[in-house]
Design a protein around this ligand. Structure first.
Ligand SMILES: [Fe+2]
Length: 134
């Protein structure tokens, strides 16, 4: 069973961002599965992939929030930075063989709450279709 699943209730009504959330959730699930099966090589690869994808995704969101004048941008950026530093922390812990499963459970809950509470707030400011172009 996957750790996280995306459903319509998580839609922020911007297709590109919904697609990115789905990819991020899929990467979290894949990394979690690798942790469960103790596949260290795949695990390290997926964690790095997930981390890189998360920071690309956050940067994308921040760029759009800025472009469309979302007033809570600074607070939202702070939340993203918190996630990034958690990921850096567990990357260190991975080498110390700390309980990675628990950390992933935490990250998946964090992301769900973040999408439902914080990402939803920018929805009224964003156009439905968005591209990476300025
Ligand atoms: Fe966000």
């Amino acid at each position: 069973m996957p750790l996280m699943t995306w459903d319509e209730s998580m839609s922020v009504s911007v297709k590109e961002i919904d697609d990115q959330h789905k990819t991020l959730i899929s990467l979290i699930n894949q990394a979690y599965e690798a942790i469960q099966t103790h596949d260290e090589h795949v695990m390290t690869e997926l964690i790095d992939k997930m981390r890189a994808y998360a920071s690309m995704h956050f940067a994308f969101e921040e760029k759009l929030m800025k472009k469309h004048g979302f007033p809570e941008l600074e607070h939202h950026k702070f939340k993203h930075a918190q996630f990034n530093s958690e990921v850096i922390n567990f990357r260190k812990k991975q080498f110390e063989k700390t309980n990675l499963s628990q950390i992933f459970v935490f990250l998946s809950r964090w992301l769900t709450t973040h999408i439902m509470n914080e990402d939803m707030q920018y929805t009224p400011y964003m156009p439905k279709e968005e591209t990476t172009e300025d």
